[in-house]
Design a protein around this ligand. Sequence first.
Ligand code: FAD
Length: 416
Amino acid sequence: MKVTILGAGVIGVTTAYQLAKAGHQVTVVDRQAGPALETSFANAGEVSFGYCSPWAAPGIPQKALKWLFMKHAPLILRPKIDAAMLSWLVRMLSNCTSERYAVNKSRMLRLADYSRIALADLRAETGIAYDERMQGTLQLFRTQQQLDASAKDVKALAADGIPYEVLDRDGCIRVEPALSHARDKIVGGLLTPKDETGDCFKFTNALAAKAVELGAQFLYGRTIKALQVEGGQIRGVLTDQGPILSDAVVVALGSYSPLLLKQVGIRLPVYPVKGYSLTIPIVDPERAPESTVMDETYKIAITRLGDRIRVGGMAEISGYTNDLGLARRNTLEHSVMDLFPGGDVSKAAFWSGLRPMTPDGTPVIGATKIRGLFLNTGHGTLGWTMSCGSARVISDLVSGRKAEIDTADLSVARYR
Ligand SMILES: Cc1cc2nc3c(=O)[nH]c(=O)nc-3n(C[C@H](O)[C@H](O)[C@H](O)COP(=O)(O)OP(=O)(O)OC[C@H]3O[C@@H](n4cnc5c(N)ncnc54)[C@H](O)[C@@H]3O)c2cc1C
């Protein structure tokens, strides 16, 4: 079957690899000059199968109010007259109940756990390298209050059967020795040792090359203008360089997915939530993290990626804009220099990306009301983590097979 995949981010490329492996004739189209040049470019590098939950959670509305007024704010809201933003915010808030949280989290965990297996399989079959490490995530608490509040996360991890370790200050330093230089800043931590790390950009590029070996074709520098539908059946897509005919189309356009889908009457509640990152060359490896340290106070992840440190975080609700504000850079620098003093941020690369967020945190994977049109998008905060499982699911569904995990509640139909 001829399958066109829209978008060459981590979601589009993992999808392309699986579909090419399944024997389809795969074409990937992207406006950029190569793979992973938008949101998949410089994310925080966490592959956090254990540290995986929706942002919409009980107590978040109250916390959000506090965050908005912090000096180094984890949340920035720039309200404007934008129906999509308002509707997304209302839906997100309606998911902040204990009942909705439990449903959403269990879906995310199902997909994350499947992704853990799928990523391990993919590593084994391709041998690709992407500055990967398997040393866990350390959620770091600077106050006793944060440590006490983690009791509910511990309960949830235990209930879900995810390995964890609650650590005191010395325990944190044992796991991350460079924290000894910031001893007085920390109180304790929560370690999820099965979490992994890796460079999403390197991974996506290496996998795109493997997909080409399997026969996939990548068309870069092409902007997708419209989906072509006839009698309820997808026929292909129209790009700025002409049409591409195909039997099936998978939309993996990240934050831009809803804009295209709106034209064919599919309302997808995905909104761009901007985040920022710094990539800092390591000067002294003994003062750098070993894996990921999640600074709970500022909600910033600090990750070792080979000879660099990636510092990523913040959620800015301000629409489709990638501008870089100095205040955001200051927040990232403050968090990393406070916990890992001695680094040199003057040579750091500063970046922003738009997380394709659904209001319930779960991505949208599956068929649509248009025959042959599939979605694999809306991966929000955890697209890198969930990419490999999502790709296997969509490849099965496009191929007319039953997926290996339950997918009934993953498609866009759940928003009806
Ligand atoms: C600061 C930050 C930190 C993050 N940290 C983590 C983390 O630690 N772990 C984790 O799991 N996830 C993390 N994420 C989330 C993760 O990066 C995303 O979920 C993931 O990259 C989304 O991938 P995607 O392929 O859906 O989107 P993208 O990577 O944005 O890919 C979409 C592609 O579609 C193309 N496109 C869009 N519109 C068009 C068009 N009209 N025509 C042609 N091409 C088009 C774009 O060029 C792009 O290449 C983070 C995100 C941010 C912003």
